[in-house]
Write a protein that binds this ligand. Structure first.
Ligand code: ZN
Length: 372
């Protein structure tokens, strides 16, 4: 079914379907909202509808045009992404052919992954920004007429990665719209775009995905077992992309580390705790520290659920034994306070807080709240 490939986002789907039925599609759109909530996937689907031979509101998914869009090989659909700068690249050069064979290969691999999974985050080595040559290319192509009577759709993903030159060049395109083309910019950082660009786009806001939507997607699309899907959905902050990335790390091992940390905090041996604090702070990767803290938070949340409501609703069902013995040992633990401390620490990690200090104060706070 049309639009079914997009997880959740019912409001946006309805909005875009209304736009398509009315036949008055704006020249430029900005899809904005968190990472991994489906902005690119929606942009591709929108492009599919604008080019479907059968139905231009609910694309059929079966015609030659729909199939080409699915493979990201439709001549009317262009994806503009950050690219490396070529050796001796000059203004006006083709942004891709100036690159080395290896680099072009890497880009093709990424596009293939994106075609297989529109939620894939494209990452090309050394691609730090969207080049002016890519935008110039877009301007040139937008001035040509589209193929097979559809619309040319230019999707600028992570539009905040345009450098100043590229942004200014895009502004000119936005000022001279061509009737055959539709521009869709996607971004999780709207504030990094020029106000003059924002004012020329139809803004479409995307919501974070709900835990239920994420859980269902993980079960049905990725064959993840329901309990693990619930846990990952809880940790993914409304992002399917983040959830997929989490599946690739060993969550069980990481959760064991979080539980081990709690044991040390509640124990009386200072040196092992100090060493563990040092180890975590030295992970270096803030995402990894944040994930570790979230796992810790989910475990504490489960202790609270178990104490107040019983087993149903546990996210770490396999931890039942450890959770029960924790609750028996610390029946008066201030779990709400402990969870607040974990949330504060996660916020500090996100704000570039000094990790050794953040983890040390978390250990002190947890000891005070839990062993009181
Ligand atoms: Zn079709």
């Amino acid at each position: 079914m049309a639009w079914d490939r997009i997880i959740g986002q019912r409001r946006v789907k309805e909005l875009l379907r209304r736009v398509l039925s009315s036949g008055s599609v704006a020249h430029a759109h900005l899809f904005w909202g968190g990472e991994g909530v489906g902005k690119d996937a929606m942009a591709i689907e929108f492009g599919r509808a604008l080019n479907c031979h059968q139905n231009q509101v609910d694309p059929c998914g079966a015609c030659a045009s729909c199939r080409k869009v699915d493979m990201l090989q439709h001549p009317n659909i262009s994806l503009i992404v950050a690219l490396p700068v070529g050796k001796n690249e000059q203004s006006g050069d083709d942004p891709v052919t100036v690159l080395s064979e290896d680099q072009i290969g890497a880009i093709q691999d990424q596009l293939k992954l994106k075609a297989e999974n529109p939620y894939h985050r494209i990452a090309v080595p050394k691609a730090n920004f969207i080049k002016i040559n890519s935008v110039r290319n877009l301007r040139r192509e937008a001035s040509l007429s589209s193929f097979e009577g559809g619309k040319r759709v230019f999707i600028i993903t992570n539009a905040e990665e345009m450098n100043a030159e590229a942004s200014n060049s895009l502004l000119k395109t936005l000022e001279e719209p061509s009737s055959d083309s539709v521009l869709i910019l996607t971004t999780a950082q709207k504030e990094h775009l020029l106000p003059t660009i924002l004012s020329r786009c139809q803004l479409v806001q995307f919501d974070p995905l709900s835990e239920e939507e994420l859980q269902e997607a993980l079960v049905t699309r990725n064959g993840v077992e329901s309990e693990q899907a619930a846990l990952v959905a809880r940790l993914a902050d409304g992002s399917y992309t983040a959830a997929l990335e989490m599946l690739s790390v060993d969550m069980v091992a990481q959760r064991q580390e979080a539980v081990h940390f709690l044991r040390l905090v509640l124990g009386s041996q200072k040196i092992p705790l100090a060493l563990e604090v040092e180890r975590i702070a030295a992970l270096g990767d803030r995402n990894a520290v944040e994930r570790w803290m979230k796992l810790l938070g989910v475990w504490l949340r489960d202790a609270m659920v178990l104490r107040e409501q019983g087993e149903a609703g546990l996210l770490n069902r396999d931890q039942l034994k450890d959770l029960s013995s924790f609750n028996q040992k610390f029946p008066h633990a201030y779990l709400y306070r402990a969870l607040e401390s974990v949330d504060t620490s996660i916020a500090l990690v996100g704000k570039n807080g000094y990790l050794p200090l953040v983890v040390t104060s978390l250990a002190i706070d947890l000891k005070r709240h839990l062993a009181s």
